[in-house]
Design a protein around this ligand. Structure first.
Ligand code: COA
Length: 174
């Protein structure tokens, strides 16, 4: 089942600014999502960075289903983390979450979004390509724990009518 931006009658999808009270649920997902999960200290530190960061949780069926965050550097929005609980993947939640982050970047006047992704993380790369992210390079040994390289991906012209139309399309589930 694919969820549109409004979810379904029984499964409304909502976004909430991430607060410390969300961190137990966030940490449970984080540990299942990444080979080298962020510590609680890293999340606390990110949440204390004020306007240079934007973290949200996505809720469905009354529970925290995932989360994501942006770091703003000049007029660029860097996706720092994004994850959906394993049992709730492939339902469109990651798409709605990334679209939400893209809207926030647009609202703040960013002209591009960027992120690093493991070369082996083909699922996430497919998600990003759906949005129009393109690969701009590779960072060798970016993940020292596994020695894996990172692809650097960019979504350019964030505020353009084309990108905004694509976001709307993705949010409608097409
Ligand atoms: C990446 C992640 C956030 C995607 O969340 P999600 O809710 O499953 O994403 P969606 O359901 O919106 O997927 C949208 C599309 O992305 C692509 N996609 C997502 N996961 C995929 C996978 N595992 N394999 C192949 N394609 C995938 C598909 O095109 C999918 O559309 P489809 O289901 O109609 O085929 C989720 O898999 C996750 O939390 N992974 C672990 C953490 C992680 O890797 N984060 C990214 C670090 S850079």
């Amino acid at each position: 089942m694919k969820l549109g931006a409004q979810g379904t009658a029984s499964q409304t999808v909502t976004f909430e600014r991430m607060r410390r009270r969300h961190l137990p649920a966030v940490m449970r997902i984080e540990h299942k999502a990444h080979p080298k999960p962020w510590s609680l200290g890293v999340f606390n530190n990110e949440l204390s960075q004020g306007a240079s960061r934007y973290y949200v949780v996505v809720r469905t069926g009354g529970r925290v289903a995932g989360y994501g965050g942006l770091m703003f550097v000049a007029d660029e929005a860097h996706v720092t983390n994004i994850a959906i609980a394993p049992s709730l993947r492939r339902q469109g939640l990651g798409t709605l979450l990334l679209a939400h982050l893209a809207h926030e970047g647009t609202r703040r006047g960013c002209v591009a979004m960027t992120l690093e992704v493991r070369v082996g993380n083909l699922g996430a790369q497919a998600l990003y390509r759906n949005f129009g992210f393109v690969t701009a390079g590779t960072r060798r040994n970016y993940y020292p724990e596994t020695g894996e390289d990172a692809l650097v991906m960019w979504l350019y012209r964030l505020g353009s009518p084309e990108v905004q139309a694509r976001l709307e399309e993705l949010e409608r589930g097409r």
